[in-house]
Design a protein around this ligand. Sequence first.
Ligand SMILES: [Fe+2]
Length: 296
Amino acid sequence: MKLAHFSDIHVTRFPLSQGFALKRLAAVASFTGMGRGRDFAGSDERIAKLLSDVDELGVDHALCTGDLTGVSGDEELTRCAQLFGHRLREPSRFTVIPGNHDRYVSSQAGAFEKHFGALCEGGRFPFVKRLGPGVTLVAIDVCRPTSLVDSSGLVGKAQLDALAQILTDRSLSTQFVVLALHYGLLRSDGSRDKRSHGMRDDLALMALVDRADVTVDVVLHGHMHRPYSVRTARRTVFNAGSGTDLHVACGYNVYTVDAERFTLRCERRAWSRVTQRYEAAPESPLNLQVRTREPD
Ligand SMILES: [Fe+2]
C-alpha cells in the first residue's frame, strides 16, 4: 500500500489578526523578525497543490502529522479546512493529527477537533486505525498550549500507559504498524531535542517504542521543518519536514509498504519553485528502502 506523509503545512495569518493572546504577541517576532511570514507566504496555494498531488498519485492513505496553522487562529483553521474540502469527509483516506501550533493558546481548546475531528477520531487519542490490508496506524497527541518561551510537548502518563497497552496487544504483531505523532523522538544527528522544543517525556516514549514486546515498524512525525530519517535503538523514524516552508527544501514523503515482507520504500516529493508544483526528488537522501523486521 502507498501512504503519503506530510506535515507542518502552516496556513499562516498575521498572529494578532487571529485574536489577542500573549503567546500570539510573541509569535509576531518570528512572523516579522525571523521571516516566518515570508517563508509561509502563499502556503495556502502550496497546500492546495500538495493535496492535489497526493490525489493524483492515487495513494491509499494520506497522513498529516500536525501544524496545519500558525497560531491556531479561527481564520487559519477555517481556511485549512476549506483547502481539505471533501477530504474532511473521507477518514478512510485521510488522517490529520494536531501539532503544537494547532494547540497554541488554551482559549482555542477543541477548535482543531471542530474542523478536523472527523480525520482524528474526534480527538480521542491514542487511536488505532486500519489503513489497508496488514497496515495499522497508531496516533498520539503530544501537543498542548505552553508558556511564551516554551514549545515543548508531553505524552503524559495516561497516554503512555494507553499506548503501551495498544502496542503490546498481540493482534498488532502481524500488522505493519505505523506510529504517528507531531514531535520527533530524535534530531537528525541522533541527539535529543532541546528541553523547550522537544517532548518533556521523550525518553519514556523512546524506551516504550524500543521495547522488544512492542510492535512498531516505523515512526512518522514532523515539527522540525527540515526532513530527515533517523534510527532509535530498534526503529526507523521519518520526519516529513514542512510541506510548505520556503526556508527549507519543503515537500512530503510517499511510502510504499509491503506488509508481508515488512519493507518500506520512501520516495520524496519536493516543491519546485520553477514549475510551482510538487515533483519527484530523486536526489533526496530520504529516498530509502528499509526492512523493519524479519518476516516469520
Ligand atoms: Fe511547524
